[in-house]
Design a protein around this ligand. Structure first.
Ligand SMILES: C[S@@+](CC[C@H](N)C(=O)[O-])C[C@H]1O[C@@H](n2cnc3c(N)ncnc32)[C@H](O)[C@@H]1O
Length: 226
């Protein structure tokens, strides 16, 4: 089967997965306990996270790693939904956050989760700190932070909602820089040195690791326009 046929097959499969998940929503009892004990494949969607958050904001993190951003969530002001694809890091985040009813963490791809699990105009902030850079040339096309991704996230963000990305990898920074220039109708874009305090964020494991190696960090802040 050629690449195009594979792509088509994947799109058809994704379409049916979304339909099935959508049909499951009315049968899912939406409580913090249920959300915490359900796994990514069983999570129907899109869910009414606002029912859990109440007046609070909804934040999402892709690639939660050791869980620092999740743990720094202010439970009075927001809930946070984290996604981590590696089992080891997922278990670590899950263990650290198991007693918190404002933190929900799932093992699975965060990039697909936004379309699957969230309603439009609901997310206040999406954090993507030190995403895997896919630095080998042959892997560069796997980079998920593309124009297409940013356009899709715009639907899920509230007006004024933001995407905050930090990277230490210059080539990835150049790549993201060129992709964000294609979505200036949807977002106000700021590119600046990354300073976690500016966003009330903690220093994460990878931030510390790359700082020890003397790397510098770039932030991309995409604020959804009205
Ligand atoms: C370089 S680490 C950064 C971790 C953390 N954000 C930090 O700053 O320490 C990148 C993380 O993203 C996770 N990751 C990669 N692809 C992912 C995906 N599609 N969905 C969720 N997590 C993903 C990796 O497993 C890894 O933990």
């Amino acid at each position: 089967m050629n690449e195009q046929a594979w792509q088509f097959k994947r799109e058809v499969q994704d379409f049916w997965k979304k339909v099935i998940k959508r049909l499951q929503v009315p049968f899912f009892t939406l409580t913090a306990n249920n959300l915490k004990s359900t796994t990514y494949p069983d999570l129907p969607g899109p869910l009414d996270w606002q029912k859990i958050a109440g007046e609070r904001k909804i934040h999402v993190e892709i690639g939660s790693g050791h869980g620092e951003v999740l743990l720094a969530n202010n439970r009075m002001k927001s809930i946070v939904v984290g996604y981590e694809i590696k089992s080891r890091f997922f278990r670590l985040s899950q263990r650290k956050t198991r007693r918190r009813d404002d933190i929900f963490v799932y093992k699975g791809s965060g990039y697909e989760s936004l379309a699957l699990h969230f309603k439009n105009d609901t997310i206040s902030t999406l954090y993507i700190l030190f995403p895997d850079p896919w630095h080998k040339k042959k892997h560069a096309r796997r980079r998920p932070l593309t124009e297409k991704f940013f356009a899709r996230v715009a639907q899920k963000l509230k007006k004024g909602g933001t995407i905050i990305i930090a990277t230490d990898w210059q080539e990835y920074s150049d790549f993201i820089g060129s992709e964000v220039q294609k979505v200036t109708k949807q977002y106000e874009i700021t590119i600046c040195p990354y300073v976690p305090d500016d966003y009330s964020l903690p220093i994460t494991h990878y931030h510390r690791k790359w700082a020890r190696k003397g790397r510098s960090f770039t932030a991309f802040v995409l604020k959804k326009l009205g």
